[in-house]
Ligand binder design. Structure first.
Ligand SMILES: *[C@@H]1O[C@H](CO)[C@@H](O)[C@H](O)[C@H]1NC(C)=O
Ligand SMILES: *[C@@H]1O[C@H](CO)[C@@H](O)[C@H](O)[C@H]1NC(C)=O
Ligand SMILES: *[C@@H]1O[C@H](CO)[C@@H](O)[C@H](O)[C@H]1NC(C)=O
Ligand SMILES: *[C@@H]1O[C@H](CO)[C@@H](O)[C@H](O)[C@H]1NC(C)=O
Ligand SMILES: *[C@@H]1O[C@H](CO)[C@@H](O)[C@H](O)[C@H]1NC(C)=O
Ligand SMILES: *[C@@H]1O[C@H](CO)[C@@H](O)[C@H](O)[C@H]1NC(C)=O
Ligand SMILES: *[C@@H]1O[C@H](CO)[C@@H](O)[C@H](O)[C@H]1NC(C)=O
Ligand SMILES: *[C@@H]1O[C@H](CO)[C@@H](O)[C@H](O)[C@H]1NC(C)=O
Ligand SMILES: *[C@@H]1O[C@H](CO)[C@@H](O)[C@H](O)[C@H]1NC(C)=O
Length: 453
């Protein structure tokens, strides 16, 4: 993530203060609850209760601030002792919501059913002055929730994308200094048993969905759109999360469709239509010499079209840890630049040069199978650029068929210090993978990423 470091500190301070205040509130609620809910704790009412935000005073005219009504509906639903509590955001209305943290844990399973439109204040000038500029809708410590409905979450990102600090938006196409924080649309934090279904989400100022430290996440049939040139508008970013399934989803935007950060394992991505944008990425990992562990990720049965990258693994020099057990299977590429790419020299020349370092995040056990279609001839169709000191190992290629999108100039695949083998002939042929297993690598780093550590 190009923007992570810019104000990581501010972000941390914000989250710390957030957590402190939430803990305090949570404590209050717990005490409050105990006094009257003791007797029926074991037998939850087997009914579904519904809470319509308009019954809590929300107006939905697109102008009135409906934040308080939403919070009230949330708190009421969250504290109701039935199995399922459904908050309804009705169709035909447009609700303006300020940056808000929706906090759990809740008594029952919570459904936030969005059939209308939800939107934030319009751009940086309308953003509340004393609020974080990195967050809009946050769901925190929720165990069991579905965000669903036929409605729209409209991030109204245009004015944020035009900030002079964004790429090419300064005077005469420069990138000017200045405040650059922009909110992500929806952030699930430290939550589990989540489902996100059917929604349309568009034009986030930054990342559309971000899952941090979550377990058991199921995203299904979502539609995410932002313009091709909107900066940093990743579709779905996951970090420190496991047991994540992302199915039947369509994403076109100005950055990665799906990006997978450190601490993720057991992720299954299936039937994604991705592009235009930057493709599907694992990384970037290992920035500022950090340790990163990512394992057991599958991306399958998907279409990637008119993107800068297809399936990418990117790591910074100087990191440690490993990326292993990755499968890319049955992926159709349509005019993609860099359809298959491993880049262990990832670097965004932000003023400083990225010097060569000896340590790196290990990349191993990567399977590419049935990757077919066309590539943009500005770059080779396959590029495996691995660290000088830490080679990539056990790359397996099977059933690869990539043709130039235009003309018949075929570019040779590129490899640097990459070990692996071919299970079938490939188009174009690959001669650059090294055989066997390098002496220099022991499986220590991968072992060090075991899940209990
Ligand atoms: C209650 O809601 C759940 C989840 O939305 C649904 O599966 C179930 O059929 C509903 N039950 C009733 C009685 O409405
Ligand atoms: C921001 O300021 C308003 C008005 O002064 C206050 O009501 C609100 O609680 C403040 N919000 C935060 C997050 O500090
Ligand atoms: C932008 O470019 C124009 C024409 O080259 C020049 O006159 C103007 O000074 C430039 N503006 C800035 C802020 O650099
Ligand atoms: C997740 O939520 C579903 C739907 O209510 C529930 O049936 C299931 O028990 C929950 N699973 C866990 C692990 O909490
Ligand atoms: C991920 O989890 C690790 C270990 O729990 C923690 O140190 C790190 O700050 C987390 N990263 C993020 C971005 O949440
Ligand atoms: C793949 O996802 C698309 C878009 O959500 C959907 O229309 C299609 O039915 C899905 N295909 C399969 C085989 O599930
Ligand atoms: C890998 O992840 C999948 C879910 O995507 C899970 O079903 C499977 O058990 C995991 N494999 C291992 C070896 O943990
Ligand atoms: C870093 O290593 C690469 C690969 O060996 C080499 O091409 C490049 O020139 C090196 N860069 C520096 C700054 O030494
Ligand atoms: C190589 O990677 C594949 C998965 O792509 C895995 O099944 C196999 O066990 C690995 N081989 C070795 C020697 O680690």
């Amino acid at each position: 993530m190009k923007y992570c470091h810019i104000s990581a500190l501010v972000f941390c301070i914000f989250f710390l203060s957030l957590i402190v205040s939430i803990q305090a509130r949570h404590h209050f609620h717990q005490k409050h609850r105990h006094s009257h809910s003791h007797s029926h704790k074991s037998s939850k009412t087997p009914h579904n209760f519904t809470f319509d935000v308009t019954k809590f005073g929300a107006i939905g005219d697109g102008i009135t601030d409906d934040t308080e009504s939403f919070k009230m509906a949330w708190d009421t639903a969250c504290q109701t002792e039935s199995q399922v509590n459904i908050i309804i955001v009705p169709k035909g209305f447009s609700f303006l919501i300020q940056p808000t943290i929706f906090t759990g844990p809740c008594h029952g399973y919570l459904v936030l059913k969005v059939d209308g439109t939800i939107m934030p204040p319009d751009g940086p000038d309308s953003w509340p002055k004393n609020n974080s500029r990195r967050l809009w809708l946050v769901f925190y410590r929720i165990n069991g929730m579905s965000l669903e409905g036929s409605g729209l979450i409209d991030g109204r990102g245009h004015k944020w994308w035009e900030l002079p600090c964004k790429p090419h938006r300064g005077p005469n196409g420069t990138t000017a200094p200045g405040p650059c924080d922009s909110p992500m649309a929806i952030n699930f934090f430290m939550s589990s048993n989540l489902s996100v279904q059917e929604l349309r989400v568009k034009d986030s100022p930054q990342i559309h969905f971000r899952f941090d430290a979550c377990r058991s996440v199921h995203v299904e049939s979502i539609h995410i759109t932002a313009p091709r040139l909107s900066p940093n508008t990743d579709g779905i970013h996951i970090e420190n999360s496991s047991d994540v399934r992302i199915y039947n989803t369509v994403i076109s935007n100005g950055d990665d469709c799906v990006s997978i950060g450190t601490g993720c394992y057991d992720v299954d991505i299936k039937n994604i239509t991705c592009g235009p944008g930057h493709g599907i990425s694992i990384g970037s990992l290992g920035k500022y010499n950090t340790r990163a562990c990512v394992s057991n990720i599958t991306v399958r049965d998907s279409v990637i079209q008119m993107t800068d990258n297809g399936v990418r693994i990117k790591t910074w020099q100087g990191g440690s840890g490993s990326v292993s057990g990755i499968t890319f299977s049955n992926i159709h590429m349509d005019n993609v630049r860099n359809p298959m790419i491993i880049d262990q020299f990832y670097c965004l020349n932000e003023g400083e040069r990225c010097s060569n370092k000896t340590s790196a995040v290990v990349v191993s056990d990567i399977l590419y199978t049935s990757i077919k279609g066309t590539y943009d001839i500005r770059n080779p169709p396959m590029s495996f650029a691995c660290s000088d000191t830490v080679p990539c190992t056990n790359l397996t290629l099977s059933d690869i068929e990539l043709l130039p999108d235009q003309g018949n100039m075929v570019l040779d695949p590129f490899c640097w210090n990459a070990y692996g083998d071919l299970r079938t002939l490939t188009i174009p042929p690959v001669f650059c993978l090294l055989d066997g297993f390098p002496q220099s690598i022991l499986h220590n780093d991968i072992a060090h990423c075991s899940r209990d550590s």
